[in-house]
Design a protein around this ligand. Structure first.
Ligand code: BGC
Length: 767
């Protein structure tokens, strides 16, 4: 844990430059717009430790799998989000010396991520080795309204000298992924040109042929007046630049505005890349930096109007929730159903930028409640489009039918290489099925079931049907050799969560079949013909549902995470010397696997997901048993514990877990933020407020709230879109108000009582 950022409700602020924190800050201060994003690297040169990162959504590389011992069934490649052209770069030279914060004395450094407006800024005074001092004020953003455009305003003022300076804005495509398996560079040059008006660079991936074209241009000003300097064009391998040399007097301010358009072959024909990028760049430059900035501010204002959460009386909690919402909104906007949400968003390379079960199990609820239903629907359609690949994956692993969705994917193919993840973490199939239920339950869009949902559900049920193991001696079905959500156990038998999600999927699939048969007979028939679903299959599912084995201990009255869990030494985490933590950085893997310590919610994940199936006593017994054994070394864990703790009225635990999930990156809880932020778990943070403290549930098509104010906050409020209404819910110490911000009436259930909230009105209920 490391706390060096200042508390502020709308900004993330770093004061003073400490190179040891730089890579953490590069992650935390990242910016993006769903189409592209980047780490908060410096514009000028920096020879200290840095992780350069500029990413274009959906542009990836199938890097050849690297393992010590090949196992049949491994995917051929490990997909990687590609570190693309560095388009922010500006070499700055002062009287022959490069400006490089690693070699200067840096004073008055301040870096600000303005979450309200969607900008990243920095200012500092740099004293160069020869004593010359310059003041730099830089601000940049990736436009939300012009998704291919990035703009930078870079201002420099010599403080104690007059002399010659140069700016060299550049595009550098000679980029290597840090996680490249064989130290290979993935990009090839296709085209470059550095003319007077602009500079162009097109690079393409060595495999899959993704092309990325960047076009940049600039304007200059001196003390607010336009400045013209004849550029010297520079071209090197995969690199173009404009070299601008100028004389400047002490205290004169020179400003470079750098504009860049980045386009990819995912969206445009190869022949149109350059002309499209040029046209977009022209349009942006005609608007100019200030106008683009105003548009940026108003785009973010609309996002905040739909998704803001206000926490009064706790600035650390307030800043944290806005940070989480900010990152989610800048990572995914649902405009493109080929895209998804990588665990690190646009903030780092780890996890390859690929899609994990995180999307369905964690992210979906955020997008369901804060955006139009079509956005969440696109996340589901993404999986529908991968159904054929999921069927191939099941075949590849030896199944005769059904679909096994990949644990890690870019295009529907499995692309991870750890056997326990690819072969064993089959619980992801359950999360993907559950997301369909979650979406339909929330939106009421039952048409989705006939259009896409049933096929996915059926193929997943078919997979479970074949994956279970019937044990005649016990007359029960078991699921052997799996890894549950808790990745600190591998190859276990009967992971309670997995068994439950498997049986639940079959139950829900049968329910959907009956629904369609009764309500949409034509669609039902069409789908039956297409899927050739046989009576013997559905009756087998019924048998499995009835006879699924769930490990349980009758003395403790708790569900067992898996067979044999109680044979372990059950010393709680609180009794471990803290120097052992985090286990994944301090213990051998072997020791971790033998221990009882739980990386992330597992049984509790199941209780959280299928909450309606368990009474509060059951929740309490299991929470009290598993929480003390959980180390929360996956970012996905504390939010689930926080939500359950709210329901149990465990104020301190609920708050502790909330702070842990929400400030995970801001305070570097897991000591790994330099690799990137934990973007998918940020949706879990949002759930902790809305589903945890707000107690939001959808039951029988109605919105239910059971608010719980932990007592640390004067009040908190959140927005939710539900069906055709947008509601603002405010929970204070003594009451809850629900304001309907739209003009359609909605029924709301608060703590068991029903209320009608007519359009544009507010109700108040005592707590
Ligand atoms: C967690 C997984 C998760 C992955 C990506 C891992 O540490 O154990 O559940 O899917 O991170 O976020």
């Amino acid at each position: 844990m490391k706390q060096y950022l200042k508390l502020d409700p709308w900004n993330i602020i770093e004061e003073g430059f400490d190179p040891h924190n730089h890579e953490i800050s590069e992650s935390v201060f990242s910016i993006g717009n769903g189409y592209m994003g980047q780490r908060a690297n410096f514009e000028e040169d920096y020879s200290g430790s840095t992780l350069q990162g500029s990413y274009m959504a959906g542009v990836y590389y199938p890097d050849k799998t690297r393992v010590g011992w090949w196992k049949n069934g491994y995917p051929e490649y490990f997909a990687k989000v590609l570190n693309c052209t560095n388009w922010i770069g500006i070499h700055v030279n002062i009287e022959g010396q490069p400006l490089d914060l690693a070699t200067c004395n840096v004073k008055d450094f301040i870096r600000v991520l303005n979450m309200r407006e969607g900008t990243l800024s920095r200012s500092f005074i740099a004293e160069l080795p020869d004593g010359k001092e310059v003041k730099v004020e830089a601000i940049r953003f990736i436009s939300v309204s012009h998704r291919e455009i990035g703009a930078i305003r870079y201002a420099l003022t010599p403080l104690n000298f007059s002399g010659q300076i140069s700016f060299t804005p550049y595009l550098d495509g000679d980029i290597k992924n840090k996680d490249s398996n064989y130290d290979e560079k993935f990009w090839m040059e296709v085209f470059k040109e550095a003319g007077v008006d602009d500079a162009v660079l097109t690079i393409k991936t060595k495999k899959l042929d993704f092309h990325v074209t960047s076009v940049m241009s600039y304007t200059l000003s001196k003390n607010g007046q336009p400045l013209t300097v004849t550029p010297e064009s520079v071209q090197q391998e995969k690199y173009v630049a404009h070299h601008l040399v100028m004389d400047v007097q002490e205290q004169e301010q020179i400003v470079l505005y750098k504009y860049v358009a980045n386009v990819t072959s995912r969206d445009h024909g190869l022949g149109q890349l350059i002309s499209t990028a040029r046209a977009l760049l022209q349009e942006a430059m005609q608007l100019g930096f200030e106008e683009l900035l105003q548009e940026q501010i108003s785009s973010w204002d609309s996002k905040w109007r739909e998704s803001d959460i206000v926490i009064e009386g706790d600035i650390a909690a307030q800043q944290a929730i806005r940070f989480n919402i900010y990152q989610l909104n800048q990572t995914y906007n649902g405009e493109d159903d080929r895209l998804n949400i990588g665990p690190k968003g646009f903030t780092g390379e780890k996890y390859g930028g690929s899609t994990y079960w995180d999307t369905e199990a964690y992210c979906l609820p955020f997008y369901l409640s804060t955006a139009d239903a079509s956005i969440a629907r696109n996340l589901l359609v993404y999986r529908y489009k991968h159904l054929e690949k999921a069927k191939e994956n099941a075949k590849k692993l030896g199944f005769s039918k059904g679909a096994l969705y990949p644990m890690v994917t870019m295009n529907g193919e499995e692309c991870h290489n750890e056997w326990e993840i690819t072969f064993e973490e089959i619980h992801r199939n359950g999360a993907i099925a559950y997301a369909i239920y979650n979406y339909v339950n929330y939106t009421g869009d039952t048409a989705y079931l006939g259009q896409y949902g049933l096929e996915v559900l059926t193929e997943i049920s078919r997979f479970w049907e074949e994956r279970v193991n019937y044990v005649p001696a016990k007359d029960q079905y078991m699921i052997l050799g799996v890894t549950g959500p808790n990745e600190y156990e591998n190859n276990v038998n009967n992971n309670w969560y997995t068994n439950h999600m498997a049986a639940w999927t079959m139950e829900y699939t049968l329910e959907v079949l009956t629904h369609l048969q009764q309500n949409e007979p034509l669609i039902y028939k069409e789908l039956m013909d297409k899927m050739q679903l046989k009576e013997e299959e559905t009756s087998k599912w019924q048998d499995i549902i009835a006879k699924m084995y769930y490990p349980y201990d009758t003395e403790l009255n708790v569900f067992l995470q898996q067979d044999g869990f109680l044979d372990k030494d059950l010393t709680p985490v609180s009794e471990l010397d803290p120097s052992n933590l985090p286990l994944n950085q301090k213990w051998s893997w072997d020791r971790i696997l033998r221990s009882c310590y739980i990386k992330q919610a597992d049984v509790l994940q199941g209780i959280f997901t299928l909450r309606d199936r368990f009474d509060l006593d059951t929740v309490k017994r299991n929470f009290d048993f598993y929480e003390p054994l959980t180390v929360h070394e996956s970012s996905l864990s504390p939010c689930v514990h926080s939500i359950l703790a709210c329901e149990l009225g465990y104020k301190e635990k609920a708050y502790e877990m909330y702070m842990r999930t929400s400030r995970l990156d801001l305070d570097n809880y897991n000591n790994d933020t330099e690799d990137g932020c934990h973007t998918t778990s940020m949706a879990g943070t949002w759930m902790s407020v809305v589903h945890g403290f707000g107690g939001l549930r959808i039951k029988d098509g109605q919105l239910h709230l059971s608010p719980f104010n932990p007592g640390y906050w004067k009040s908190f409020s959140f927005k939710v879109m539900f069906r055709t209404s947008r509601l603002k819910v405010t929970v204070s110490e003594h009451d809850v108000t629900v304001s309907n911000e739209t003009d359609t009436q909605v029924q709301v259930n608060v703590h068991g009582s029903e209320y009608t909230v007519t359009g544009l009105s507010t109700i108040q209920v005592d707590l």
